[in-house]
Write a protein that binds this ligand. Sequence first.
Ligand code: CO
Length: 157
Amino acid sequence: MIGRLNHVAIAVRDIAKAANVYRQTLGAQVSEPMPQPDHGVTTVFITLPNTKIELLEPLGKDSPIAKFLDRNPDGGIHHVCYEVDDILAARDKLKAQGARVLGDGNAKMGAHGKPVLFLHPKDFCGTLVEIERFTATIPPVRAFLPPPIVTAGQSGS
Ligand code: CO
């Protein structure tokens, strides 16, 4: 079911400092910090040859990573993200096998603008797992992306 490792997310208290460790000490390609108020985090993406690292710093009062940083004051690996071809089929198959999907079970737009779901760490070896739909086509998540409007006489491309 799962495909490639899309990213490993690391929660940090100081994203500028963490980005500098990856840029200067490790010599990685590091993005500028991007505030993501909808997700309660600021993100920095680090592009490695075979995957990505996502640095997460709390943003706002109710950041979903605040408790994690209380338990892990030096920061730490917060979740891993695996790609799946069909996120809803993957969700249904995982639920049928007893895995707990966090939230209301509907795919939400993740930090990369693709539908994602999170799976309970207790069901996955103590690790929070994110699954992300990886596709070049428009994801069929109607709540977030309406179907394209096709008008008569429109030529396809
Ligand atoms: Co993630």
